[in-house]
Structure formats: structure tokens, C-alpha cells
Design a protein around this ligand. Sequence first.
Ligand code: AMP
Length: 589
Amino acid sequence: MHWPPIKKIPEALTPQPHLVDYDQTCANFSWEDVLRELDGSEGSAGLNIAHLAVDRHADGPLSAHLALRWLGGDGTTIDFSYRDLQEESNRFANLLDQLGVGKGDTVFCFTDRIPALYFAALGAWKNLSVFCPLFSAFGPEAVYQRMQRGDAKVLVTTSRLYQQKIAALRKRLPKLAHVLLADVAEDLQEGVWSLPGQMAAVSSSFTLPPTDPEDIALLHFTSGTTGMPKGALHAHKAVLTHYITGRYVLDFHGDDIFWCTADPGWVTGISYGIIAPLVCGVTNIIDAEEFDAERWYNILESEKVTIWYTSPTAVRRLMCLDIKPLEIFDLHHLRAIHSVGEPLNPEAVLWGQNVLGLPIHDNWWQTETGGIMIANYLALEIRPGSMGRPLPGIEAAVVRRVDDSAEIIEDVEVQGELGLRPGWPSMFRGYLHEEDRYTKCFAGDYYLTGDLVRRDADGYFWFVGRADDIIKTAGHLVSPFEVESLLMTHPAVAEAGVIGKPNAMLGELVKAFVAVKPDITADDQLRLELIGFTRRLLGPAIAPREIEFKAHLPKNKAGKIMRRLLKAREMGLPLGDISTLELEGNNKK
Ligand code: AMP
């Protein structure tokens, strides 16, 4: 079906978007100009993210401006001005110094969306340590894999999460020297401290050390098809991308009230749930609660949200409810809606237009790119179903990998892999301890994203699918390998193969195929047991929702389970090349 474009009249938009003439902006764009704009003062803290996000505002006219409003589940609201954020992050930076945690050390944070998370991130950047967020719904095994790989030295968490998921791991994490509990008033024991208690005992003044733009600021774990989660490293310089996408894509203006619904356990919740809005000096709303349609519409209304950044899964959840929000809620403050993380179906773009009075602007990026790379801009025509056009300063192409080089596919409407020419500031600087894996992401002049796309004659990019087996469920990347590895530790499991099964609401759901050991009965009780086992140890965001028992799983001649084949069979698609398929039980297929 062909979806007509949504035409825009830039002059009719108030305020005038920062990006109106796309071609002109691209032609005149240089990252050096952005650098000059942000890093004016020689000998200062330079490109430190926390300096740009907080201190320069706190020391200037935005000092008393509302930086962050936290909405608790019980109706509590806590406000933090830029000055408040400066003081809280200074305290956290001082605390890290006092604990002997410094440049390059990893500070993990495993909490729900609570204020301490935001102080910890900003404070860690101030003291030049590396901040690593973990999604609070992860189970202990998922947490362990990441903290162990990330050489965790400090962990900020809460007493519930500590008792339920961390305490038993301590022996396996010998490098973890300090745990800071955000919700207790007294220290528990040596090495398990009360965060508020410790914060109260240190100064709220802090002198930022000079920051090299290449100093590492962030470690984000993301999923691969093979191997365990990989830790993508980002430098302080990434802030240039956050700033410019805050202006050109999200279109922040001084009085904006912004709500990004992503959890900081994932990259969007850090780049756009913390950094971009603060660097651009707007008000950032944080909701502690999970998705709830009525609550969300209430927040949009009562907080007078002007710019909303959410996900296709959330939009689809709203779409399937029989609510006409504009008849119930006053959403006239809202002037833009953006979405990221998975394909945004054209129906969703139009649903926004018809039901909320605003189309939804899709944009594309991934953990490795650190910030938005391709977007639908406020002043430009939207092509429903398209991810939009590359950010000024980003060279995107449809490419084909040929050995070590990338051949550009010049023809339009031809499918290939999305390639980005390296050099943008928020490009990841490596995978922690995995140089090889990093090198393999590049071919010729391009970083290869692993996404299949096509480009139309006007330069709009259209998402086709992943080039690999990685699963995207409810906007979260899941590594089939991580799920398979855990399943294999269960005494009943002989083999496991995990795929993403298309699902109208979640995009994909995690489905596992399991062959059991001899003498084990594959029945509903075992299925429930395995689902419970994976949910407990990996968490509900990763665990399979469906398990199907098979006598044998298809393998190639090297003995590797062919997920591609499991998926094709699941979807009733042609099986493709099966020349490498080895014996599958007794049937050679
Ligand atoms: P993550 O690294 O977890 O942010 O996931 C990045 C992946 O999500 C991308 O490589 C895409 O496969 C998918 N993705 C992100 N944004 C979009 C989008 N707008 N349309 C389609 N897929 C997307």
C-alpha cells in the first residue's frame, strides 16, 4: 500500500524549527563549528558532558531553571533546577573521589528511574569515570555477565535490587569494591554504603578536571548474534551529536518541556533521557512508572509536555485502546512527537496525525552510533514508513560488503546494508576488551550497521530488516546467544535455538526451540519451568515468551544451530540455501 507523504509548511510552525532548509544546512554543516559553539572556553573543563549538561547552565542564566522533574508512582513530584543538579552531581563526584574511584573506572547503575541515577551519571562524568547503566528488570545472570565484563568497581542500586539480585553475586565479582544503596539511611556494612548518607558527608562543590574529548564517558551493553553482550564505549565528545540532534531533530527551544519515555538502562534513556535535553537547557520529565495509557496522557497534559520522544511499541499500545485522547485531555502544548527503536509502521504515523493531531516523526540510530543518525525533521515532508534522511554531518549509504570493502549501491530502491562513514563524534570507540569484534564492524570507508535498508530517489531511507539474528522485542535488543546459553545450563536442555518471532505489538517476541535430554519429558510443566528459569535469571525483557520443544534442532555441518531455518519454518517462508544443513535427527531435509 502506498502512503501519501505528509506535507509540511515550515512557516506555519511555531517556534520556527532550527532546521528548515535541509540541503543548505547539510551543505554548510561542519562538526568543527559545533565543537566551537560548545567548547568556547580554553583551559576549562572542555567537552565534559556534565559540564555542558549542567554546570555551564548552573553557572549562568539557567541556574534556577527547572532541569529535571521527577514524577513518583505515589503522586510525588520532585523538582531539580540546574543548580540543584550541579550540587547533587558534585557530591557524587566527590564521593567517587573519596572512594578512590577515578578516571576510567566503571561506575554501574542498576536502579529504577530514581533521581539518584541521574546524579550518579552526571557525577561519574565529572570525575571522568565511565558510567554504565543496567536495566532494572534484568535478572542476576544478565547483570553478572555485564558487570563482570565491564570490570565494575562501583555499583549504585537499591536495597531491594541488591538483596534480590546482587548480594549472591558478590563473590563472583571480586573487582566490585563499593555498593551504594540509594534508599537506605545507614551504611549496611563495609563496602555496602548508604548513598544519601555518604552524599551528605561530602561537599557540594567540585572542580572539574580538564576533560579530553576522547575520554571515555559511557559503556553501553548491547546484543550481538554471536557471543555474549558487547560493551560499546562512547567518548565525552559524543555530546556534540546529542546537542545537534537536540536542535535539528527534537528541535529543543528554551521553554520546552521534554519527555523521553525510554529507560536509562538502554541507550536512548541516556542520550536523550539525560544528555541532549540538559545540554540544550530544557526541562526534562522523568516518570518513575511503567507504561499506563491514562497515566501517560495525564502526564502529557499536566506537565504541559511540548516534545515527546517514545517508541513504536508504546505507540502501538496506545493505538489499540479505544481512547480518543483529544476529547479527554488537553494536549495543546504538545508540538512534536518522535519515535525510535524499531520500525514505526505508517499506520502509527497517521494515527498520531488523526488521533493526537500530530504525525509521529520516526528516527533511526543504534547503541553504536550514540545518537540519532537518520530522522524525519519537523519542517520537512514525512514519508510514513520511512526513517527519514541523514542528519546533517552524517554520510549514510546503502552498501554491500565485499570482503574487506564496502561497495556503494548507487541505485535507488535497491536493498543493502546501511553504512555510515566514520568520523561523527558519537561513534562508538570500541567494544570493551573485544578489538576484533570492533574491527569487523568496518569495511572500506564505512561502519556497517547490521541493518538492511533501501533509499528512495529523494534520499529517504527505509528500514527492511536486520542482516543478522539479533532480536528486537518491545524496542529492546536481545542476543539469541545469551538466551540459548542460559537455557543450555538447565539440566533438562540438550539444545536450544532462539529467534525473534514477528508480533504485532512487540515487533518481535523471543521464541526458543528446545530439544530435551534423553529420558526427559518435554511437557507443559517443563515449558513453564524453563520460562520461569529464564525470567528469573535473565529478566522478563530478555526471557523467551514462547518455548517449543523439538526432537532435534537443524544444524549446519559445523554443528551450529541454524536459527535462520527455525525462523523461516516458524514464519512459513522459503527455507533458502540449505546446502550446509547437516542431519536433523533422522531426516535429512
Ligand atoms: P539499539 O542498539 O538497542 O538502540 O538497537 C538498534 C537497532 O534498533 C537498530 O540497529 C535497528 O535494527 C533498530 N531500530 C532503531 N531505530 C529504528 C527505526 N526507526 N526503524 C527501524 N529499526 C530501528
